[in-house]
Design a protein around this ligand. Sequence first.
Ligand code: UGA
Length: 438
Amino acid sequence: MRLTVIGTGYLGVTHAACMAELGHEVLGVDVDPDKLAALRSGEVPFHEPGLPELLARHTASGRLRFTDSYAEAAAFGEVHFVCVGTPQRQGSDAADLRQVDAAFALLARRASPGALVVGKSTVPVGTAERLAQTHADSVEIAWNPEFLREGFAVRDTLRPDRLVLGVRSARAEDLLRTVYEPLIAAGTPVVTADFPTAELVKTAANAFLATKISFINAMAEVCEATGADVSVLAEAIGHDDRIGRKFLRAGAGFGGGCLPKDIRAFAHRADELGVSLGFLREVDAINMRRRDRIVELARELCAGTVLGRRVAVLGAAFKPDSDDIRDSPALNVAARLRLDGAEVTVYDPQAMDNARKAYPLLGYALSAQEAVRGADVVLHLTEWPQFRELDPDQLRSLVRQPRMVDGRGVLDGAAWAAAGWDFRALGRPRPGGEGRDQ
Ligand code: UGA
């Protein structure tokens, strides 16, 4: 089929390349000339494992092309996927829908009669209905939310847990089933739904994931007050398959371009609808308190003040296998310590360029070893696998004071303590020490 993908951010580039991989002719549309130039030469403007290979293959074969012209897109596509961003609105918790509204309007004005325009962006419930009413005379609308995770974007698109098709006609459903035919043939479950349900599947899924993380982080707070160990607690409750072990990693909490803004937008939308989702505000608050706790621990370890102290921060991306620093707990903590007068040096395997641009006042190092040199305290805030392999003995010879805060709960505390480090992890007792001292 001939498909267009409007918006070549994270979701759009991944969707476009994966649809080409499924055998479709794909035209990606964006207004940013730099992004288009990079994409045309097969270059992905962000870090995502597996995506550069896919993009290079399909741009070289000509099956995947890019343009800035909506007229060209409208003439080309049988099905148009809208993948533009819905960031948090300035000064409000609500989602900013300007890019979505513009993309639908620009397409609807030009598309051939009856073209199917499919929203994939995460939107407040009610958006698809509003757009369908606005553009009823020109195009048909469907909603097909996306559940990909950064770092696993290609895998999640080509082997999704489910496809959700928010459709109003058998024709729209047939078209979408044809687009995804290879995935459906491979056994991917398909859920067809009305518009509000399709929109809600996405927001509900992200709200649930955020709640799960904040639940375990609230338990970490209780563990800190009692000397219990949140990692053992998570493992034990996770054996109950009604609860499950996934998304129960306590630590610095969730960041990124999705979970934080999505739970805020969902609570905001619920208020508009007269439904209270106040618990999501608590989920948000618990998440932010974990960042406070790390700042506090760094201060405690530095005898009450970080003023003039050297702090090494391992990690800048909001999670490993990504160079995305949006709402990154690591950089948020780093920036706060810098404001408190610390001299902060950051190292991340992928996110250095993005971090430098957004936080030019922080110091940056080219390796973990360089970052910790002369440090009074080291904070491990993004769980890149290479940080797990750091040698506590080697690092000890580089720092000024061997003090480590594991904000991701994955380092071997006993090994670090045995190498002479004052080791702290969120929600866990001090190795070999009294739990409540934590
Ligand atoms: C999230 C969802 O997982 C995807 O399903 C969804 O499609 C996507 O948002 C989106 O809306 O586009 P993503 O933002 O890539 O994906 O990241 P996650 O893997 O969900 O991680 C989010 C944050 O939670 C990270 O900062 C991570 O470090 C943190 N996290 C995750 C924890 O603190 N503990 C855990 O147990 C799991």
